[in-house]
Ligand binder design. Structure first.
Ligand code: SIN
Ligand code: FE
Length: 295
């Protein structure tokens, strides 16, 4: 696949618009079609007094990411004093607010339906880390999280490369979701009957997994563990330059993050019926393939 097929690049230079109707239409169509929307002119600004947070040791210990839950006033940056942690949390909340204004400005139909989830700050270099294959996001995957059932809801993520040394964030973007799902579905194992209910009852998941979640987790794991797929699957290298913002549905876009440091990320959840084209959602694609209602 060539780069233009997986990316849509827009000259947006303002977090909150207002955006022209043709820009809005291109943004919505590209995102829901499973492309990455790239905004090379949209930079997240650090205040001069905030640049110290870009030191990778801010995460503390073995931690790679710092996260902020919606509504929280401190983040889990173990290496910071409480007052500093609050300042970093304020920076992350500013990013979250701007990311939300951006998505709602680009796709007004999502307004009031978009649910703000976690914000993360990723100061540590990706390359050279040691992971188990299942946890290694340098392998192509779609996002699915064992403890957070989505029950069909979408995962939309906004990223900004805030590196001050000019380092790009290097991704690979894979094949369209439907082709990927068709390929792996025959290998995906059946979930244990009653298993979702037990996990929720034990507090191991935030709410009960739907059959959709079981399938997405199985697709995530099976594809990450498939060495031949990882080596040979179609993939397009994409380098997000420092100062760039990009967004995509990471439950749909096959992606791998190979290298880079200093990124901010905001996650949103969106009900499938809030989409302009719900039939393009992984839920509907998997329901078509399996012939079953999955959430
Ligand atoms: C991922 O979602 O797999 C990681 C993306 C990134 O940190 O660039
Ligand atoms: Fe991911």
């Amino acid at each position: 696949m060539s780069t233009p097929e997986v990316l849509e690049t827009l000259a947006v230079a303002d977090w909150s618009g207002p955006f022209e109707p043709d820009v809005q239409a291109r943004a919505a169509d590209a995102l829901e079609a499973g492309k990455v929307l790239v905004l090379p002119r949209l930079e997240f600004q650090f205040e001069p007094c905030e640049t110290g947070f870009l030191d990778p040791s801010v995460a503390g210990g073995d931690r790679k990411n710092i996260s902020l839950e919606p509504g929280a006033t401190t983040c889990n940056a173990a290496a910071l004093e409480p007052a500093q942690s609050e300042r970093l949390a304020a920076l992350m909340r500013r990013f979250a607010d701007q990311a939300e204004a951006l998505v709602e400005g680009l796709i007004p139909a999502y307004r009031g339906r978009l649910e703000r989830a976690r914000t993360s700050f990723r100061p540590v270099e990706i390359a050279g880390r040691i992971y188990s294959p299942r946890h290694d996001d340098r392998r192509l995957h779609v996002d699915a999280f064992p403890t957070r059932p989505m029950r069909g809801k979408r995962i939309l993520r906004v990223f900004s490369n805030v590196a001050r040394d000019g380092a790009a964030r290097d991704w690979r973007v894979g094949e369209p979701f439907e082709a990927f799902a068709e390929k792996f579905m025959p290998q995906v194992r059946r979930p244990m009957p009653g298993g979702a209910w037990v996990l929720a009852g034990l507090g191991l998941t935030k709410g009960r997994r739907a059959p959709y979640d079981e399938l997405m987790l199985a697709l995530h794991d099976t594809s990450k563990l498939d060495e031949a797929y990882q080596a040979d699957a179609p993939k397009t290298p994409v380098a997000f330059a420092a100062g760039t913002t990009w967004l995509c549905y990471t439950d749909q876009v096959l992606h791998a993050a190979l290298s880079g440091h200093s990124a901010l990320e905001q996650t949103f959840h969106l009900p499938v019926d809030a989409m302009l084209h719900p039939d393009r959602s992984p839920l509907r694609v998997l329901e078509r393939i399996t012939g079953k209602v999955l959430a």
